[in-house]
Design a protein. Sequence first.
Length: 149
Amino acid sequence: MAEPLAKLGCFASDTTQEKTKGNLKMAFYENVMIIRPDVTPAQAEAIAKKFAEVVEANEGKMIKTENWKLRTLAYRIKKHKKGHYIMLGFEGNGNTVNEVERQQRYSDDILRFLSIQVEELTAEPSIMMTQKPVRERGSRPMANRASEA
């Protein structure tokens, strides 16, 4: 396989260096993180701001940040039943995503995180922000219980 590349005047190692050295393609990403429930909402916002700064420091551009508030988890994660959900929407390259995820991995306040690449990203609120909140189980008003008896 080295011969055909040699005829073109390059080797396999040259092509891999071009990919890592040159400008990497910018793409849109969404990163959702679940923060421990014992963290105050103000601290959760500060954590989101810290990761927004990480994006900016690594050639990225923040498009939106959404706080989905404290939500009940589908199953326990590290002995927690609830968590603060924060979504970051940004434009960046692979190095930007790698650095954000690396710092999230080492943060003790973050239970889980997920980064995905999306086709387009707008500053409009996501579907999580537009839907009305789900009632917690057993949170029926007391007036309804009194009328049933």
